[in-house]
Write a protein that binds this ligand. Structure first.
Ligand code: CA2
Length: 147
């Protein structure tokens, strides 16, 4: 199984500020956890982070026919980007939305998720563990499909 994990703007700054919301661990620690989780499950993973909406759209499009699933934390673009929603719909790959924080318990503008409309499920408010749950979800789905 091949999995693409996409992280949106400012997630590369994790651990630097707002530890009360996003935790104390940095972006490299998140990538290490993703790689370790995927390695344990025999998944080939590619992790992509960008601060640019169009670059994220490009990466989603490149996944078409190449990847078996997408885990995405679009960060602030969650709440604004119809372009990322359309890109996810266009490739029609199983996708799961992740948020470190519980976006529904925060400001009203964080309650809307455009990308989430193209995702099968979402894990929010679990910190880094949300990525582990999302990877497991897609792995189970893939295993059932190939059985
Ligand atoms: O909870 C999440 O995972 C978010 O996607 C994180 C985004 C935020 O805009 C979403 O509403 C929820 C923010 C990304 C990281 O922002 C940082 C801010 C300060 C220090 C380090 C990272």
């Amino acid at each position: 199984m091949k999995l693409l994990v996409i992280n949106g703007p400012n997630l590369n700054m994790l651990g630097i500020r707002e530890p009360n919301i996003y935790g104390r661990q940095d972006y490299n620690a998140l990538c290490d956890l993703i790689r370790e989780t995927c390695s344990d499950l025999g998944i080939q993973v590619e992790i992509y982070q960008s601060n640019h909406e169009g670059a994220i759209v490009d990466r989603i499009q490149q996944a078409y026919g190449q990847m078996d699933g997408i885990v995405i934390n679009p960060a602030a673009y969650t709440h604004t980007s119809v372009a990322i929603l359309d890109a996810l719909k266009s490739v029609a790959l199983p996708a799961v939305e992740v948020h470190l924080s519980d976006v529904d318990q925060r400001e009203a503008f964080r309650h809307i998720s455009y990308a989430g409309m193209a995702c099968e499920t979402r894990f929010k408010g679990l910190g880094f563990q949300g990525y582990v749950e999302a990877i497991r979800y897609l792995h189970q789905k893939y295993a059932k499909r190939s059985a």
